[in-house]
Design a binder for this molecule. Structure first.
Ligand SMILES: Cc1cc2nc3c(=O)[nH]c(=O)nc-3n(C[C@H](O)[C@H](O)[C@H](O)COP(=O)(O)OP(=O)(O)OC[C@H]3O[C@@H](n4cnc5c(N)ncnc54)[C@H](O)[C@@H]3O)c2cc1C
Length: 503
């Protein structure tokens, strides 16, 4: 928004919008490089929760630049041709900084440990040897790590200050931010001057229904992170003429959504399988039978769910019946799974350490609320769901036969997951397309500068983090976003500190 006024309520050399991982890292690096930094954060300090603090705390840690580059280029390629979403200079910048992310964190006292297993797509070049680390304390551990640095560097954080407009001068340079700030219980408009640059790091548009409807491939889509991510940054960027990219990209699997809460929950399909082992049978996980079916009561994918790419399967639209047959889908299980621990993830998301919701250990509270449907027979369950009963019966019977034989020729579930669904009550939960994040937002270059419609940098404006992140076709897997926040946070922090301060 063009401003001619010279009156300002506050001034800083660098103003950062959003205090998540990306904004925090950018602020730290800019301050370490001598800039005076102010962070604007829309939430109150006491209840501040971000996608970062709700995250599982994984961070992708490619072993070297060549591997990082190779893997990222493969992820970015549209199948069936050579077309790529993201130009090589930015992919290289991501690779260089991601490959050194671990050292950067550890050199500042960050406590991270190696997670077992390769990246999400080990079949792609570089995927099998790309590792992940995890922050101690998970997402909250990251937020604390950043907060310690921010305090040590005496970076100011202005809570309850929601940025609403980027302010530009006559030459189109971003010179400040207009915000709605709560002071002494009153909300007022404030103007904050940025003499070097503004950093846009307010997260994605997971809770902006209009943006989701217009940009994502399938609707509705529900997200498991902070409901503060209402697309403010997208609107601010559009207003100053930013070019957008990666708009239909999202990390997507399934989500539970209940009307009582704005945020969604991630299903935990197997339950305690992850962490508990049958006594006396070392290494044999307690498994519980479950499948996912579509609106016709039929399986359509391996329930060994692809963590972040499932949106591509859920967008399947039936042009004859004019429905999305997989929206919603249904999670079908029996007493075994019901009694095998919380049906949602409790290590991240709203039922994780941020405790926006306390999911009961035996799922009893959620059964009572009607979030879980139950019936004595599969047929009865199908009726409750409005799914063709014959189909659901046939699907469950076929799956149970696969379990007897120990192999799933339909979708290749692993033998240890083939536990029959045969112990009433039979249960179901609605599954919606959803997950942790959107990718789209203002396009950046390899310095983190936000680009205009002609591909030239908008002077004074930088971006990092989930809003306009570098991922296009495929997400690298657990840890990709946080690695990106650290990479582009550092890149942006270094570059804003190089900007000269304008009087
Ligand atoms: C349940 C869950 C688990 C996840 N697990 C992982 C994982 O293990 N590894 C991984 O890499 N990624 C994970 N992700 C994704 C990852 O957490 C996010 O992509 C990343 O943390 C985004 O960081 P950010 O700094 O861009 O945004 P955020 O951390 O969300 O921070 C954005 C901040 O901006 C503030 N803000 C918004 N609008 C304004 C405004 N107008 N003015 C001022 N402030 C504003 C918000 O209040 C918020 O504090 C997970 C996400 C979720 C939801």
């Amino acid at each position: 928004m063009l401003t001619r006024s010279r009156s300002w309520d506050k001034t800083a050399e660098v103003v950062v919008i959003g205090y998540g991982c990306a904004g925090g890292v950018a602020a730290i690096v800019a301050a370490e490089n001598g800039a005076e930094v102010l962070i604007l954060e829309k939430q109150p300090r006491e209840t501040h929760h971000t996608n970062t603090s709700m995250a599982g705390g994984s961070i992708l840690t490619p072993p070297d630049v060549t591997t990082a580059l190779e893997y990222m280029q493969a992820l970015d390629r549209i199948p069936g041709g050579g077309t790529r979403w993201t130009d090589d200079r930015i992919v290289r910048a991501w690779a260089e900084y991601s490959a050194t992310g671990k050292q950067w964190i550890e050199s500042r006292g960050g406590d991270i440990f190696l997670s077992p297993g390769p990246a999400e797509h080990p079949q792609l070049p570089g995927g099998a040897v790309t590792t992940r680390h995890r922050f101690k304390g998970m997402g909250i551990g990251i937020a604390r790590f950043l907060d310690d640095q921010i305090k040590a560097l005496k970076v100011g954080v202005s809570y309850e200050t929601r940025a609403t407009h980027l302010l530009t001068n006559l030459r189109g340079r971003v010179i400040g931010v207009e915000a709605r700030a709560v002071e002494n219980g009153q909300t007022r408009t404030v103007r904050i001057r940025a003499s070097r640059a503004v950093v846009l790091a307010p997260g994605g548009f997971e809770f902006d229904e209009v943006a989701k409807l217009n940009y994502l491939r399938v609707y509705p889509t529900y997200f498991t992170g902070s409901e503060a991510l209402t697309g403010d940054g997208l609107r601010m960027a559009i207003e100053v003429g930013a070019q957008l990219w990666h708009m239909n990209g999202l990390s997507c699997h399934f989500a539970f959504k209940f009307p009582e809460y704005p945020f969604a929950f991630s299903p935990d399909f197997p339950g305690r399988t992850h962490i508990r082992y049958v006594k006396g049978e070392e290494g044999v996980p307690i498994c519980s039978g479950s499948i996912v079916v579509d609106r016709d009561g039929k399986r359509f994918t391996s329930e060994n769910i692809k963590a972040h790419a499932l949106s591509y399967e859920l967008t399947n639209f039936d042009t004859h019946r004019l429905i999305y047959p997989r929206v919603p889908s249904y999670f079908i299980f029996d007493r075994r799974r019901l009694e095998n621990g919380p049906l949602t993830a409790v290590t991240s998301g709203p039922a994780g350490p941020v405790r926006l919701y306390r999911w009961s250990a035996d799922n009893g509270k959620e059964l009572e609320k009607g979030w879980i449907k139950a019936a004595d027979t599969v047929r009865g369950l199908a009726r409750k769901l409005g799914v063709p009963a014959d189909n659901l019966e046939k699907t469950v019977a076929r799956f149970n036969r696969h379990c007897e034989k120990g192999s799933d020729p339909d979708f290749g579930r692993r033998p240890k997951e083939l536990i029959p669904i045969d112990t009433p009550p039979y249960c179901a939960m609605l599954l919606w397309p959803g997950g942790p994040s959107t990718y789209g937002g203002p396009r950046r270059n390899s310095k983190g500068q936000v680009l205009n419609a002609d591909g030239r940098p908008i002077p004074g404006l930088y971006g990092c983090g989930e809003l306009g992140c570098v991922f296009g076709m495929l997400y690298p897997g657990a840890g990709g976003h946080i690695a990106e926040c650290f990479a582009f946070g550092r890149i942006v922090g270094e570059n804003v500190a190089r900007e000269r301060s304008r009087e």
